[in-house]
Design a binder for this molecule. Structure first.
Ligand SMILES: [Zn+2]
Length: 478
């Protein structure tokens, strides 16, 4: 059945001119034609992609621990009690959809753990299908450095017996053997892939994985073509650790073991050096930039202009840390643009670069699909905004629509999201699930179970100061 999306303005994609009064015909999940038509008050553009997220549902501001740098922020997440994975994932994916996202990378670093993992993965996949977005589940693999990027015995010795006991119990469980973790990824993939759901290897990051684990993933990905998503050089402490571990350079190391190529996407990359940026560009791996997240957990500023200049494929991620805690991918796109776009008249990120960053490059990282923009034959992933409302204050009637979107686009203007030809958001509301009801249920569950993490709450101040001491100590001050 053919349906059409009418647009007063169509933004077809990166580097393609905006066109007034267009109709986009869709059949079987694919765009079949773009023709002159009658505008209906909408601005239609490619759906946005969030190429780094964790299907995370609560923020540390809700627990009174907002201002914490990444190395302490990660253990602080343990304050959030485990909840039903369908509920948490459905809320996360529905919020993403409401924020304009048609494709999301769920790097599933926080396993709720109420059942075995394959059962949990099925619940996450069901949530994504119910919402209707494309989702890659990057299955978390981790078997190294549970507390700091180094041996943790000295740090433990600084804690009181109560805090030490809590930290040992909560953070220092013996990891599942690397080969088992890697084999699990294929098993989960056989179980849940299809209908917009794919599975990727999700090693947490080099500082959290043994050489054995990373090599197994490099080999398995090479053999099966399965994609890989991981954190890379998010903080200056990770850079310092990497430089101690890898005399040849951390990116060179990853390249040697088959983990720098088109199948791979790296989140953050704030502390890459020029030669490493060049290698990533040459190999065709994707860099996923998380501007809001980097601000909030005090990680720094990614050299986005340098990535683009050196030819990297760069995509957008929200990392569960949208600036206003609302999963608004339009605002995230604008924030990234305004942070990196130019120095005076020296333009560093063009509007075409930005469009590619917020749409096609992210969808490629999530799905492997290479289509760029809205054209016959491309997947029908469309975002519709209320152009009448967006343009209500114009003085000159013909301003470039993307410019206006960059000036003031937020999710409140989103009226519709179509993914693979199906309505995911209609009239500003998520169609597949009742988001307000799920949000209320989730909040009630988190509040009810919050006392179960009282031990962590008690131990965190001590752990935080021990972590500060560790990362400002002799290993890191050079
Ligand atoms: Zn992350």
């Amino acid at each position: 059945m053919t349906t059409t999306a009418a647009a007063s303005w169509l933004l077809p994609g990166a580097g393609k001119a905006a066109a007034a009064n267009q109709s986009v015909a869709v059949d079987g999940g694919t765009i079949t034609g773009v023709t002159a038509g009658q505008g209906n008050g909408s601005l239609v553009m490619p759906a946005l992609a969030n190429a780094h997220d964790h299907a995370r549902i609560a923020r540390l501001s809700q627990t009174g621990s907002y201002d914490v740098p990444l190395e302490a922020w990660l253990p602080y997440l343990t304050l959030l009690p485990a909840v039903d994975p369908y509920l948490s994932s459905a809320v996360s994916f529905a919020r993403s959809a409401r924020g304009g996202v048609g494709s999301v990378m769920a790097h599933y670093t926080r396993v709720q753990g109420l059942t075995d993992f394959p059962t949990e993965a099925r619940a996450v996949a069901r949530a994504a299908r119910d919402v209707g977005i494309r989702m890659a589940l990057a299955v978390h693999c981790r078997d190294l450095n549970p507390l700091v990027y180094d041996p943790h015995e000295k740090l433990l010795a600084e804690l009181s017996p109560e805090a030490c006991d809590c930290v040992t119990r909560r953070f220092l469980r013996k990891p599942v053997p690397a080969a088992e973790q890697v084999a699990m990824v294929e098993a989960v993939a056989r179980d849940i892939e299809g209908h917009g759901i794919t599975v990727q290897y999700g090693p947490a990051g080099v500082q959290w994985c043994t050489d054995e684990m990373l090599r197994l993933i490099g080999e398995a990905s090479g053999a099966s073509n399965r994609r890989v998503h991981m954190h890379l050089l998010e903080t200056k402490y990770q850079r310092a650790w990497a430089d101690r571990q890898f005399p040849q350079g951390i990116v060179r190391y990853l390249d040697e073991i088959g983990l720098v190529n088109e199948r791979v996407s790296f989140a953050h990359c704030i502390y890459l050096r020029s030669d490493e940026i060049d290698l990533i560009a040459e190999r065709g791996a994707t860099i996923v930039v998380n501007t809001s997240s980097n601000f909030i957990v005090s990680s720094g500023l990614a050299p986005v202009a340098e990535f683009i200049k050196r030819g990297c494929r760069v995509a957008m991620g929200l990392d569960g840390l949208a600036f206003d805690e609302d999963e608004d991918a339009l605002r995230e796109m604008r924030l990234a643009y305004n942070v990196h776009k130019a120095s005076g008249f020296d333009v560093r990120v063009s509007q075409a670069d930005l469009m590619r960053f917020a749409t096609a490059n992210g969808r490629f990282a999530v799905t492997g699909m290479k289509d760029e923009g809205l054209a016959p034959g491309a997947p029908a992933d469309l975002l519709a905004l209320d152009w009448k409302a967006l343009s209500a204050e114009l003085i000159e009637p013909d301003v470039p629509p993307f410019e206006l979107l960059l000036a003031k686009g937020v999710r409140q203007y989103i009226t519709g999201l179509i993914v693979a030809g199906c309505d995911v958001v209609r009239d500003g509301k998520v169609v597949g699930v009742d988001l307000p009801a799920l949000e209320a249920e989730l909040l009630a569950a988190l509040r009810a179970k919050y006392p179960t993490t009282a031990d962590v709450r008690a131990a965190m101040p001590e752990l935080k100061s021990a972590l500060r001491k560790h990362y400002t100590g002799p290993l890191y001050c050079a």
